[in-house]
Design a protein around this ligand. Structure first.
Ligand SMILES: Cc1cc2nc3c(=O)[nH]c(=O)nc-3n(C[C@H](O)[C@H](O)[C@H](O)COP(=O)(O)OP(=O)(O)OC[C@H]3O[C@@H](n4cnc5c(N)ncnc54)[C@H](O)[C@@H]3O)c2cc1C
Length: 351
């Protein structure tokens, strides 16, 4: 049997372990966490991720524990909507629920090793880097030039037991900051992002929460209420990092998937979705083709689409988090809203 070592038992690594043919491969997953995380944010599942979950046989279970996202608006800092987007069948799954379902889908034949990988195994088998944005596999195979880049932004997110009112759902764009609110299992989920010199590691949650309350003090009442109700125990904070665009996700018996390959700005909410698609694509190719052919096909199928999503996420991040360009952005969006309103009135009078 061929051996496959997966470094990282997060979303990408577990999905891959669940989808590989256990009659064909001897699979080992290394994960440095000893248990599932206790606090997690909600992850919006786009249609491509839903197809990946269906392939893994866990779409119905994922849907059953997640609220449908419905419609939400992009708003100004005061909460006035510019654009309303219907998210269709998209649902928001808690990261903990997703990890739990993926974990349960991994066959018992897969060897699980708890511990941090520092040197890659040299047993001649395939090594898969599913070890996130600070991937040790990428560092060893692609060199320090491919190390993650620190963005100037911080992300603070949390869950609340109270539901969010439909007229408050969406994303609020201020000057150099954004704030989002959506439904989550058992209540609601919120996130905030802005420039910050804190960190990059070991950032103190209570002090960031206090900083956010001050920063958003002049914003919409819904934001102020959410931040007032937030508790440090239900919050996560981190600086945002991205991975430089790689020429290939495959090198010398090693392949990268998920954030290890294309860690991106979270603005579009697509990183976890693309990680799931990477995992099932790679598994299906390895299950059916000779290894070299499978790896080449994986690179061809996944590199450009994920690059495009990453570029689009950064571009949207620049608009959403605009600082000096904020007055111009707001004028353009106000104009677009007025045009839309006029068009809606016009089409109403024709009827
Ligand atoms: C603020 C924020 C909001 C987001 N919102 C969304 C969203 O709404 N929708 C969406 O699709 N995506 C979202 N994302 C992106 C999403 O979280 C990531 O894309 C996804 O977690 C990537 O999964 P992964 O398995 O590749 O990496 P990770 O989730 O980082 O998992 C890597 C795993 O590898 C382990 N590991 C690392 N190094 C080692 C080592 N040396 N040895 C052993 N184990 C190791 C880690 O412990 C971890 O479990 C968001 C990200 C952020 C920061």
């Amino acid at each position: 049997m061929e051996t496959i070592t997966i470094v990282g038992g997060g979303i990408a690594g577990l999905a891959l372990a669940a989808a590989l043919d256990s009659n064909r491969f001897q699979v080992a997953v290394y994960e440095k966490r000893s248990e599932l995380p206790g606090v997690g944010n909600a992850l919006g599942m786009w249609p491509n991720a839903q197809r990946a979950l269906a392939r893994l046989g866990i779409l119905d279970q994922a849907r059953a524990v997640s609220p449908v996202l419905g419609s939400g608006s992009v708003r100004n800092a005061q909460g006035e909507p510019w654009i309303t987007v219907d998210a269709g069948e998209m649902f928001g799954i808690s990261r903990i629920d997703l990890l739990r379902l993926l974990d349960a889908a991994v066959p018992g034949s897969v060897r699980r090793i708890t511990g941090q990988v520092r040197d890659l195994p040299a047993d001649g088998g395939l090594v898969v880097g599913a070890d996130g944005v600070h991937s040790v596999v990428r560092r060893q195979g692609w060199g320090p030039g491919a190390d993650a880049r620190l963005t100037p932004y911080l992300a603070l997110r949390g869950t609340l037991p109270a539901p969010v009112a439909q007229e408050e759902v969406g994303e609020y764009w201020g000057r150099g900051d954004l704030f989002g609110m959506a439904a989550a299992r058992g209540g609601s989920f919120w996130y905030a992002s802005y420039r910050s010199g804190l960190g990059p590691y070991g950032i103190d949650v209570p002090s960031v929460l206090e900083q956010a309350r001050q920063r958003y003090a002049g914003h919409a009442p819904a934001i102020r209420r959410a931040l007032a109700a937030a508790t440090p125990e239900e919050c996560l904070v981190q600086r945002l990092w991205t991975v430089p665009h790689l020429r290939s996700y495959v090198r010398d018996g090693t392949v990268l998937i998920g954030d290890a390959a294309h860690g991106m700005m979270p603005t579009l909410g697509r990183g976890a979705c693309e990680s799931l698609v990477d995992a099932v694509t790679l598994a299906d190719l390895l299950n059916t083709l000779p290894q070299q052919q499978a790896l080449r096909a994986f690179d061809r199928r996944r590199r450009l689409p994920t690059l495009a999503v990453s570029v689009a996420s950064s571009a949207l991040g620049r608009v959403a988090l605009a600082d000096r360009a904020q007055p111009l952005r707001d004028r353009l969006l106000n104009l677009a809203r007025r045009r839309n309103d006029r068009a809606a009135v016009g089409s109403g009078s024709e009827r």
